[in-house]
Design a protein around this ligand. Structure first.
Ligand code: SF4
Length: 494
């Protein structure tokens, strides 16, 4: 059964963010793959994606392989909306490739849902991609043919065609993939299904994460996931990361590896650690919760202010708020309660509700806040609109003073590697000083963590991270045409 949804490039998704964009950077995608003959791979893939839901909420898809056939279902919506027991039953096979998507290249369209499935000389391939190719126009030119119709508007389909063309030119899967990767510039963590086995690969800088897990049994079986939380949910043990510039090949015989990049240079997106990835995911041998606690501790050392309570913006600001509290000896308390069951709503609120601001998602605990000097900790400020509403709500609740502390440096530059951080002119810190932002969002004081502090507490080589959205120092050069689309101001470097 092929369950392709018909491509409809004109159709706009109800999930589109073109209006009312959320005031946070948005993660690009989550990828997942499992090679496990004899196991319910569609279900395992479903739960893997379920754990990776935070990485993309616009569409979800699973492709399964059974001998030379591929079964695929993908659609707009959350993982739990796209799949049910009946649909999973109709996805048989020994290998599953899964994807959750937030659009960074190509609009939010049903046709752009992944995995991308293509025919080749050696059978079908199914590709799931997290990241962003910066030379996508060159790549498109390379793979364009007079009789070729692109089904999507994504860079991921270009990568799939690049591999398919190498296969059709006579290469085996591995040589084809490596040669295709060599013509891709940018960020890509990939899980690719083929009739002969499953490929996991990261770009030479390893900007987006990708981990390998093992499902124990008579014969160990391998799992690939954007984050370790995707392994935990199905009971797989973390084995190791796919290295930057590495391709792993998973078949009936086990796992083998090719280090194909000439000069791999580790540049993991530091924002994954600060905010995007789940706090229970492990990077560099520790949970991101622990890293975020230390960010808060460092923040307290750098920008202590006397107050009665420290609170975090739920959920992502909470670990750093706890760290701030521990290091400052100021009591931690809750002051904002999140409605955990709120999804994206497409019903327009009434004018009165709109004026009430954030209350649909967050509500204040008035008796905890009234007459207190409050420190509110968040992980980042992008445009500042949500921060202003939160501060207003705290003042309405009777806070005597509101001090905001941010556990990352000011976001001054857009991301080109798979995170939607808006155009540069929309980033409040790109055009305003800390004092000006303080005034705009209405706080008594505002302080950000320093760039040095953010990297110091990784306890790793500070050169092994991308931090370009804080510095403008992009580790992979950006073609001018792409730069112009997002970098509205001067391109500064740190
Ligand atoms: S520019 Fe920022 S968000 Fe993008 S990869 Fe680099 S650190 Fe991550």
């Amino acid at each position: 059964m092929m369950r392709y949804q018909s491509p409809d490039l004109e159709q706009n998704s109800p999930c589109s963010h073109k209006d009312g964009r959320p005031d946070k950077p948005e993660e690009a995608c989550g990828v997942f793959g499992v090679y496990a003959p004899g196991k319910a791979v569609a279900k395992l893939t479903y739960f893997g994606l379920y754990a990776l839901q935070h990485r993309g909420q616009e569409s979800a898809g699973i492709a399964t392989f059974e001998e030379d056939r591929v079964y695929c279902h993908k659609d707009m919506g959350l993982v739990s909306q796209v799949f049910n027991e009946d649909i999973l039953e109709e996805l048989p096979g020994y290998m599953g490739i899964g994807h959750t998507r937030y659009s960074t290249t190509g609009s939010s369209l049903r046709a752009n849902a992944q995995p991308a499935v293509l025919d080749t000389r050696l059978g079908k391939l199914a590709l799931a991609h997290n990241g962003n190719i910066v030379n996508v126009l060159d790549l498109k030119e390379k793979v364009s043919k007079p009789d070729r119709h692109f089904l999507t508007t994504t860079d991921s389909e270009m990568i799939a065609f690049a591999i398919a063309d190498e296969v059709d030119g006579g290469k085996n899967w591995l040589d084809a993939a490596v040669d295709a990767f060599k013509s891709c510039k940018g960020a890509y963590s990939l899980v690719i299904g083929t009739p002969e086995g499953m490929i996991g690969a990261r770009d030479p800088n390893g900007i987006r994460p990708l981990v390998i897990g093992i499902l124990e049994g008579k014969k160990p079986r391998y799992v690939l996931s954007s984050e370790t939380c995707g392994l935990d949910i199905i009971g797989a043990e973390y084995l190791r990361d796919v290295e930057p510039g590495e391709l792993v090949w998973i078949t009936e015989s086990g796992l083998s590896s090719i280090h194909w990049a000439e000069k791999p240079e580790r540049k993991l997106c530091v924002f994954e650690m600060i905010y995007f990835a789940r706090p229970d995911s492990v990077m560099h041998d520790e949970s991101l919760y622990s890293y975020r606690l230390r960010l808060g501790e460092e923040l307290a050392k750098e920008s202590f202010v006397s107050a009665d309570m420290v609170m975090g913006v739920p959920d992502s600001g909470i670990p750093a708020a706890i760290g701030f509290s521990r290091a400052s000896d100021i009591a931690y308390g809750e002051g904002l309660i999140k409605n955990r069951y709120v999804g994206r709503t497409f019903i327009q609120p009434t004018q009165g509700m709109r004026e009430a601001g954030i209350k649909m998602k967050l509500n204040t605990l008035k008796d905890a806040i009234a007459n207190k000097r409050v420190i509110i900790v968040d992980d980042s400020i992008v445009r500042g609109t949500t921060s202003r509403k939160i501060v207003g709500a705290l003042r309405d609740a009777g806070a005597a003073e509101v001090h905001m502390r941010i556990s990352s440096p000011p976001v001054t530059h857009p991301c080109f590697y798979g995170i939607d951080t808006d155009n540069q002119d929309q980033l409040i810190a790109a055009t305003k000083s800390v004092k000006e932002i303080e005034k705009q969002i209405g706080v008594d004081t505002l302080a950000y963590l320093s760039w040095e502090g953010m990297l110091k507490v990784t306890n790793k080589d500070t050169d092994s991270f991308c931090s370009a959205c804080f510095t403008g120092d992009y580790p992979i050069s950006i073609p001018d045409r792409m730069k112009r689309s997002k970098l509205m101001l001067e391109t500064t470097t740190k």
